[in-house]
Design a protein around this ligand. Structure first.
Ligand SMILES: [Zn+2]
Ligand SMILES: [Zn+2]
Length: 192
């Protein structure tokens, strides 16, 4: 699994999509999208070029987009997914253009016109990421964490695609710690 397989822009777009979906109460347990700083931080981490305007309306619109994206992820089949993705492209007035700019001098696609709103730009970015994962046959790399009491989505970029947890430093380790405690308890029982 590498940038060559995904294309240079799929990975950041997919990571932004997953981060956005995980702000939902259904995924993260509480509302995680309350201010523009959260959008800026997610965009910065995923290296997304577009910058939010900073309005409250934008936050509400981004929550709606997030919930539409999670519905697409949870859709029962690709036929429904295609309809929902095409609706997203259409509602963003998406028009593919080949571009270069200072932040990314390699020729690449933008899916929305330069002066579109941040919300429409992000509709284009996220609909592209999900569409592309289907097209390259890597949809199954979007999965829900196997951790107890964790419902977060993650994007598996490991070579073998067998990752189980959203963040091995937390969910995975809690499981390991629990197993360790059980083994230690079993040892002390057998010693007595
Ligand atoms: Zn760009
Ligand atoms: Zn998790």
């Amino acid at each position: 699994m590498n940038d060559f397989l995904f294309g240079p822009d799929v990975r950041p777009s997919a990571e932004m999509t997953v981060a956005l979906i995980n702000t939902s109460p259904a995924r993260g347990g509480e509302e995680g999208l309350n201010d523009t700083d959260t959008l800026r931080a997610m965009g910065g981490e995923a290296r997304v070029y577009y910058q939010p305007d900073g309005s409250k309306a934008e936050i509400l619109a981004m929550r709606k987009l997030r919930d539409r994206l999670d519905d697409i992820v949870k859709a029962p089949d690709n036929r429904q997914r295609f309809t929902m993705l095409n609706e997203l492209f259409y509602s963003a007035s998406a028009i593919p253009q080949i571009v270069t700019h200072a932040e990314d001098p390699r020729p690449h696609f933008h899916y929305t016109l330069e002066d579109a709103s941040y919300v429409d730009h992000l509709k284009g970015v996220t609909a592209y990421a999900l569409s592309r994962l289907i097209i390259i046959g890597e949809w199954q790399r979007l999965r829900t964490c196997s951790g107890n009491a964790c419902n977060r989505l993650f994007f598996d970029t490991t070579r073998n695609g067998k990752r189980l947890y959203c963040d091995s430093r937390t969910c995975g380790n809690r499981i390991h710690a629990a197993r360790y405690r059980i083994r230690a308890a079993e040892r002390s029982l057998s010693e007595n």
